[in-house]
Design a protein around this ligand. Structure first.
Ligand code: ZN
Length: 147
């Protein structure tokens, strides 16, 4: 188990230091901002939806390592996928972070966040990007908070 924990930490560190899909998409079809007041994390997501598929997605933001890594891994996970897949992933991530059940096999790299549930204060850091993505997909331009 310690090896797994180390692997998780390495992947989170890697994505927080070198976030994937970092930046702003212009033009874009959807946009939302998210804020996690507990930790001060900010997340700004722009994406382009084409025929129900998330064609391109980028994020900017400032926050802790977990929130940045989560946004980075989220963009990798949903890019090129239909909206429905993003919704399913959101539900699985939420389940992963808020229960003690074993991670779903098909979560792939997102399983790294299993390590976060031991730190309840950080769960909202890990879900911020997902809440923001959902808000963007729903076309709500309001700022979402994790509260
Ligand atoms: Zn945070």
């Amino acid at each position: 188990m310690d090896e797994l924990v180390e692997l998780y930490q390495e992947m989170i560190l890697d994505h927080s230091k070198a976030p994937r899909n970092f930046g702003r998409l212009d033009p874009h079809t959807h946009h939302a901002e998210g804020y996690n007041p507990l930790c001060g994390d900010q997340c700004d997501i722009t994406l382009t939806l084409r025929d129900g598929v998330i064609d391109e997605v980028k994020f900017t933001g400032a926050g802790c390592a977990i929130s940045t890594a989560s946004a980075s891994l989220m963009t990798e996970a949903v890019k090129g996928k239909p909206i429905e897949n993003a919704d399913v992933l959101f539900a699985k991530i939420h389940h992963l972070l808020t229960t003690d059940d074993p991670p779903a096999d098909d979560l792939g790299k997102l399983q790294v966040f299993a390590g976060v549930r031991n730190f309840p204060m950080r769960v909202k850091c890990a879900t911020l990007a997902w809440h923001t993505l959902r808000s963007a997909l729903r076309g709500a331009n309001d700022v979402v908070t994790t509260e």
